[in-house]
Structures are given as C-alpha cells and as structure tokens.
Design a protein around this ligand. Structure first.
Ligand SMILES: Cc1cc2nc3c(=O)[nH]c(=O)nc-3n(C[C@H](O)[C@H](O)[C@H](O)COP(=O)(O)OP(=O)(O)OC[C@H]3O[C@@H](n4cnc5c(N)ncnc54)[C@H](O)[C@@H]3O)c2cc1C
Length: 316
C-alpha cells in the first residue's frame, strides 16, 4: 500500500510536524511493505523537497501553485494528488492548516477522515488510536474503507532523520482559479506577538503554585537567565496574567522544546497533553505526589519561591 503525506510549512519554513509525519507515514507503509510519498504545496517547494528528502521517503511531489496558505488551492491540489498517487492512507497534520482543508478533501474524495491520531496500525485494515475525554482514555477505531484520510497530532512521532534518495517530481495540478475563493492577505500572530511557544527550545512554564501575578517576576527572571520563553498552565491564562498564546495543553498549544521546566504545575492530563513531547522535563513542586513527577526526567520537591531565585542566580 502507498501512504501519501502532505507536508506543512509556515512563513517560509518547513514545520517540525512535516518531519514527524514522515516517521508516522513510514511506520504505516512498513506495516505492509508499501511506499511513502510526500507532497508539498505552495511556496519554495524545491527547498522544502530538499528538506523532506529523508530516509524512508520514496517520492516527493511538488505543487508550486498558490500562496502559503490557501484553503481552496490546498483542497484542489491534495484531491488531485490523491487521485494520481492512489494511496491507501492520506496523512495530514492535525494543525490549524491541516484541519482547515482535511474535511474538504475527504468530502470531495468521499473517503472517511479520522482526526487527531496518536497512533495507528495496519493489519486486516487501518486502525487508528485517538484520545478521548481530555486524554483520559484511548480509543482504537477500525476504519472500514479501502482508503482513508487521517490527521496526525504533532509531537507523537519523532522527526524523520537521515538523507533519503526519493524521486522529486513537479506535480502539475490543474487548479480551477474560478473555484479559488480565498486570498491570503498576510500573516498575523495570535495575540500580536512574535513569540510562538511551540517553536521555543527552552520553556519556563508557570502554574497556579505561583499564587499571585506579581510573583511572575521571578519566572521572567529565570527565563531571562536561561534565554528561555515563558509559558503557562491554564489557570494563569484564565486569570489574565499571561496571554492565551502562552497556554500549554489540550485547549492551549502543543509544545516540543528541548527543555520544559514546569514550576508549580500539578501535571493535570489536560496540561500534560500539551507538553509530554518535550525532550527533557524538569518539575519544581512542593507536593511529592504531584502527577507532574510521574513524567518528569528531573524533579525538585521544594518551595518554588526558594528554588527559582536560586536557579536564576546560578544561571545568570
Ligand atoms: C476541557 C478542559 C481543558 C483544559 N485545558 C487545559 C490546558 O490546555 N492547559 C492546562 O494547563 N490546563 C487545562 N485544563 C485545566 C486542568 O484540568 C488543570 O486544572 C490545570 O492544568 C491545573 O493547573 P496548575 O497545574 O497550574 O494548577 P494546580 O492543579 O492548582 O497545581 C498547582 C501546583 O503547584 C504546586 N505548588 C503550590 N505552591 C507551590 C510552591 N510554593 N512551590 C512549589 N509548588 C507549589 C502544588 O503542589 C500543585 O501541584 C483544562 C481543563 C478542562 C476541563
């Protein structure tokens, strides 16, 4: 069987989710000894194709049409690529962009769409694992169809590595301009800032243990000493102490930094859903039974008001 992955890029840069999709796609293709094809639509497709040419990729299809990111162009291009490649499974990122065009593509192709996959397998057919009830249970779905589309949650698979020897071909998508009803007029960061916590290498993340807004100063001091970005659990954002674009978790952002320092954060499932993909997790909490210690690589069981200034002094 063939797996077709659609890569994602933003503001001229290939997103990590694209390389994770390659790993997920290779896993699925391996289950049946099949091929992994990758498509990239719009922008500097040649440069993206170079970066996507990783170990295990068999073919890369470039579609030079459209601006980055245009719903109608993506929908038409992916539909036509699907018809040309005839994959058993179409894998798309479970991102704002992916979720924008995935339902339209599935509807036009009349194939089932399963969103937010955290795992899958291919035996007698495709089975997809998703999380439900705020990540409290996992459910495995059998997909009863010969072809299907699946959106893949970021940070569930490692990024594909190595250099591949995929064929790279320009795909001549016949874009019907009269059906392109949207124009991309620009890009605006949510919250108006330039900081995207999902791109940060080091996150200093603060939770309700900080008690008061004024106490956030010690968190900002530590972040400055570490050249890190500040993020937060939901109560901090609900209190209005930090903007919504700093929230990590199920209803916030999924982050995959090298280091995630959770300060005064209990580790509720809705929070963990957003940060469990971090390479190294450091937890500072005065409660030895806090669930965050179950997933932490390093734990400091102590009062954050003592530990954080001491760390800042050490790193300054
Ligand atoms: C539908 C839904 C979606 C949600 N989405 C999100 C989401 O996206 N992100 C998110 O974060 N939450 C989310 N939540 C909320 C989530 O369930 C938790 O309520 C929240 O994560 C708890 O935040 P917290 O860990 O900062 O606070 P708490 O659970 O109150 O934990 C505070 C921690 O600080 C520790 N502490 C207190 N004082 C100190 C001290 N002096 N020194 C050291 N440690 C101290 C305590 O021991 C405790 O472990 C969601 C909930 C629902 C129902």
């Amino acid at each position: 069987m063939t797996v077709l992955v659609v890569a994602e890029h933003r503001r001229g840069e290939l997103r990590d989710a694209s390389l994770e999709l390659l790993t997920a796609g290779r896993q699925l293709a391996d289950a049946t000894g099949g091929e992994l094809h990758v498509a990239v639509v719009s922008g500097d497709v040649e440069s993206y194709a170079d970066q996507l040419n990783r170990e295990g990729v068999d073919a890369i299809h470039t579609v030079a049409d459209g601006e980055e990111f245009n719903h109608d162009v993506y929908t038409q291009a992916v539909e036509q690529l699907f018809e040309a490649v005839e994959p058993t499974v179409l894998l798309l990122p479970n991102s704002v962009n992916g979720l924008d065009y995935a339902p339209a593509v599935a509807e036009r192709l009349d194939i089932p769409l399963v969103t937010d996959a955290v795992d899958f397998d291919y035996g007698d057919g495709l089975t997809v694992t998703r999380e439900m009830y705020g990540s409290k249970v996992e459910t495995t779905m059998d997909v009863d169809a010969p072809q299907a589309a699946v959106t893949v949650r970021p940070a569930e698979w490692p990024k594909a590595e190595g250099t591949g020897d995929a064929t790279v071909e320009a795909f001549d998508a016949a874009i019907d301009e009269s059906a392109v009803r949207s124009t991309v007029t620009g890009y605006q960061e949510v919250g108006g800032g330039d900081i995207d916590i999902s791109d940060a290498d080091v996150l200093v993340s603060v939770g309700r243990g900080i008690e008061e807004e004024d106490n956030l100063d010690i968190i900002h001091d530590l972040a400055e000493a570490l050249d890190a970005t500040v993020s937060a659990s939901r109560p901090i954002v609900d209190n209005g102490w930090l903007p919504k674009d700093r929230q990590v978790g199920q209803s916030g952002k999924v982050v995959t930094p090298d280091v995630y320092i959770a300060i005064g954060i209990s580790g509720a499932v809705q929070h963990v859903a957003g940060m469990k993909g971090a390479d190294t997790i450091v937890a500072i909490n005065n409660d030895p039974n806090a669930p965050i210690f179950d997933i932490a690589d390093y734990g400091i069981q102590d009062d954050l008001f003592d530990v954080v200034p001491a760390l800042t002094e050490q790193f300054s």
